[in-house]
Write a protein that binds this ligand. Structure first.
Ligand code: FAQ
Length: 328
């Protein structure tokens, strides 16, 4: 079972030495044959711990990710945009539920995961620690963050752990719809008045760095990619996902007459790869470790939601007991 310690300080090799070599070989053969691993199947401890880490961070990203867009529901321009955004935000929270359930199959309770989130022990995606100053920031999340999420999640959905893959298939279907909503919102701004175009451009300028970091550190410094790819938890590396995102979305941004704030950005026809300026990885490290522009605010909102919802959870667990709802 998951002990919550920092197992990643041990090397993969050290940890695998403790495993039964016959079982480990059978497990790896199943993965090589493309079979899905299910919760009751034998698995090495490191596989379990890595999956919990990754799925839990993913679930946290969905509920925290609902906050920056959620704050725009009341301010979205017009009734239809409000309705669409409300549905999208609800979907994101639903994705968290699916992912927490998938992580629970590996032995860590949802309560513990949420406690680790609000205590700042668990990470969640860097991008949700940035402010949304204008409506165009919310549209950029709905379009380009969802686009990045789909690139990464479609790859992960072909992975080896059954419950995670099945959750991701459902999530990707819904995200594909969010992407259309986000694209439609940005097309509207980019083809609108001068003020709307300016707002769209400024949002792209603000979000480009965080979006480039969204796929994780470069492969040559990524800590977990090798282990995760060995066991087909990750099917594409961080750099492969980043390249795929650039391939699919740079032309779409340019098509709208918007620019990307990177003078170096171009596709190298010889290698078929995009050349770009590395995002600020020091900023990324600070942000994912709790010191970004909105980390404190995001966790405070979650903490408040936990505290305010405690009486409901207690009442559901013990309907006969009499509870006094605390005053807000
Ligand atoms: N943000 O060794 P690697 C969404 C951490 S869902 C924060 O490369 P790995 C939907 C990493 O955890 C978005 N931390 O790690 C939506 C590790 O820290 P640790 C979330 C990051 O696991 C849209 C350390 O850096 N998607 O957006 C980030 O091999 C709109 C070393 O990194 C997922 O979680 C980051 N960007 O690769 C919702 C997908 N990148 O644990 C609302 C599943 C890295 O050692 C609105 N996750 N770190 O302390 C994955 O595919 C992988 O975990 C990666 C990172 C690719 C994120």
């Amino acid at each position: 079972m998951y002990g919550g310690g920092n197992i990643f300080e041990a090397t993969v090799f050290d940890d695998l030495q403790a495993e039964d070599p016959v079982k480990l070989a059978e497990f790896e053969a199943r993965i090589a044959r493309g079979e899905k691993i299910e919760p009751d199947d034998w698995m090495p401890n490191l596989y379990r711990v890595q999956l919990i880490r990754m799925i839990e961070q993913h679930a946290h990203s969905e509920i925290i990710g609902a906050l920056p867009e959620g704050s725009w529901i009341t301010r979205a321009p017009g009734f239809r945009r409000k309705l669409a955004l409300m549905a999208k935000v609800q979907d994101e929270v639903g994705h968290a539920q699916l992912l927490y359930s998938a992580a629970e199959t590996l032995g860590k309770s949802r309560e513990q995961m949420l406690t680790d989130l609000i205590n700042g022990k668990s990470k969640y995606s860097n991008v949700f620690n940035y402010p949304t100053y204008t409506w165009a920031d919310a549209c950029t999340i709905s379009w380009l963050i969802d686009a990045g999420a789909i690139v990464n999640q479609v790859a992960n959905s072909k992975g080896s752990y059954g419950p995670y893959c099945r959750a991701l298939e459902r999530i990707c279907t819904e995200e594909a719809f969010h992407l259309k909503y986000g694209h439609d919102s940005m097309v509207y701004l980019a083809t609108g008045t001068e003020v709307q175009r300016k707002m769209a451009q400024e949002a792209i300028n603000r979000w480009w760095g965080p979006i480039m970091s969204f796929f994780g550190p470069p492969d040559n410094v990524s800590v977990h990619t090798e282990t995760l790819m060995r066991w087909k938890v990750k099917i594409a590396s961080n750099d492969e996902c980043r390249q795929q995102f650039l391939d699919m979305y740079v032309p779409k941004i340019w098509e709208l007459g918007l620019t990307i704030p990177d003078d170096k950005l171009r596709k190298d026809e010889a290698t078929g790869k995009w050349v770009y300026t590395e995002p600020d990885w020091e900023e990324f490290t600070r942000v994912i470790n709790g010191d970004g522009p909105c980390n404190a605010e995001r966790l405070a909102v979650r903490r408040r939601a936990e505290e305010r919802g405690a009486w409901v959870r207690q009442a559901l667990l013990n309907p006969k007991a009499r509870y006094v709802r605390p005053l807000a």
